[in-house]
Design a protein around this ligand. Sequence first.
Ligand SMILES: [Zn+2]
Length: 88
Amino acid sequence: MTDGERLTAGTCVMCKQTFTFDPRSVPTVLIDPETGLPPGMTVLGSLRPATPEAVARSTDEPICPRCVSRARQFQAASESTPMWGTWP
Ligand SMILES: [Zn+2]
């Protein structure tokens, strides 16, 4: 028995592709199941104040490394645009 990496298979919340990840270190984003978006984000990608109810019903969903790097590139390319604040 090893106490090494315990990988889990899951679906990336952004691209819907299945990938394996370490649940202890995978980046996650809070997703409101009612909209499929982070609480406080509209379908237009703009931000509005998140309601406590939206945050309460939201769950952390994993994001695959490809989407993380894509999001970081996008963030770097558009510094004036407020992005989801959940990435490290
Ligand atoms: Zn993805």
